[in-house]
Design a protein around this ligand. Structure first.
Ligand code: ADP
Ligand code: MG
Length: 322
């Protein structure tokens, strides 16, 4: 079982992680200019949640996570992990968090069991508290406990990285793009493990650029774009914003009347197609089709476009500008 007492000052830490004014500027290389990867992030991540950091490639997700993990040094700002200030209590803050990195960086000469023992040693986990076998079982690597890492498949390496993140019983587990390039079976296994750990009390933070994945797994989501948080909400409320659909019809014959109905907005394009926008939750596609038939339109071709991450960004930046 996990202990859930908050560290730092006495009393409960309301948040698993508190980030204030976090800035990361990578120094420019010989040819490139400096890179403002994080431009002043404020973020609270509640205890016990499955929290998603969502954003396109280059948004700054890994930079943020690697700062939490102590792998990247921040330029400015304050990070508090499980009540421990990262600068004032580096040891305790590091002990509170386990990170499964995006890159598959493993020592090729260690077996999974050795890798876990070394990791446990690094984190100062006493021998009697180590549970390498249980962790290997959890990630389905018990058969590979004595195999060299270089003989493991990509999926097995990823599972070993998850196992390594768990050796010191962290309160918070961070996963950077856990399912990028992962097959369906491994993905299902990862999600099952993550759900179980969360049920047992672990706070989970994961990054992804797959919207569906964030929808399925996360209670709350922060959307990051170009080093800034552009939205932070419960998944349900965020989905409400993403509920828009566009149905694009090619009619069989010229159209005289546009479809009408509650929640339906229709427009005629110059190329003869009709674009209907609606909200999928309130107005199922079937109702839209009924309105189309009621307007006497025969459909030759049809496609439906959903809002994707890009639309959300556009929507968010638009509503900010306006
Ligand atoms: P994400 O994980 O969301 O794809 P990253 O945090 O990896 O984003 O990268 C954010 C930005 O910082 C990108 O423009 C990336 O090229 C840049 N960046 C990341 N790491 C470094 C580095 N070590 N040196 C210079 N620039 C970097
Ligand atoms: Mg990344």
């Amino acid at each position: 079982m996990l202990e859930q007492e908050a560290g730092g000052k006495s009393g409960m830490a309301a948040s698993a992680i508190e980030i204030r004014g976090l800035v990361k500027t990578y120094a420019g290389g010989r040819h490139g200019p400096e890179k403002h990867a994080l431009k002043g992030i404020d973020l609270d991540i509640p205890q016990g949640s499955v929290f998603g950091l969502l954003g396109p490639n280059g948004a700054g997700k890994s930079t943020l996570i690697n700062i939490l993990a102590g792998l990247v040094v921040k330029t400015a700002g304050q990070v508090t992990i499980w009540g421990f200030d990262q600068d004032r209590n580096p040891r305790q803050s590091r002990a509170s968090i386990g990170v499964m990195p995006q890159e598959l960086n493993l020592d090729p000469f260690f077996t999974p069991r050795e890798a876990l023992e070394v990791q446990a040693g690094l984190y100062g986990v006493p021998r009697r508290e180590r549970r390498s076998d249980a962790i290997l079982r959890l990630v389905g690597l018990e058969d590979k406990a004595e195999a060299y890492a270089r003989t493991l498949s990509g999926g097995m390496r990823r599972r070993l990285l998850l196992a390594k993140a768990l050796v010191h019983h962290p309160h918070i587990l961070v996963l950077d793009e856990p399912t990028a390039g992962v097959d369906i079976e491994l993905r299902a296994m990862l999600w099952e493990n993550i759900r179980r750990l969360n049920r047992e009390g672990m706070t989970i933070i994961l990054t992804t650029h797959y919207l569906e994945e964030a929808e399925e797994m996360c209670d709350e989501i922060a959307i990051i774009n170009e080093g800034a948080v552009v939205a932070r909400d419960s998944t349900a409320r965020l989905l409400d914003r993403l509920d828009g659909r566009r149905m694009i019809l090619t009619p069989d014959a010229p159209v005289t009347a546009l479809p009408e109905g509650r929640g339906i907005e229709a427009a005629h394009h110059a190329d003869g197609t009709i674009e209907i926008t609606y909200r999928a939750r309130e107005t199922p596609a079937e109702s839209v089709l009924e309105a189309v038939r009621a307007a006497g339109i025969k459909i030759r071709d049809l496609r439906i476009e959903q809002a994707d991450l890009q639309d959300v960004f556009l929507d968010l930046t638009r509503s900010r500008a306006g």
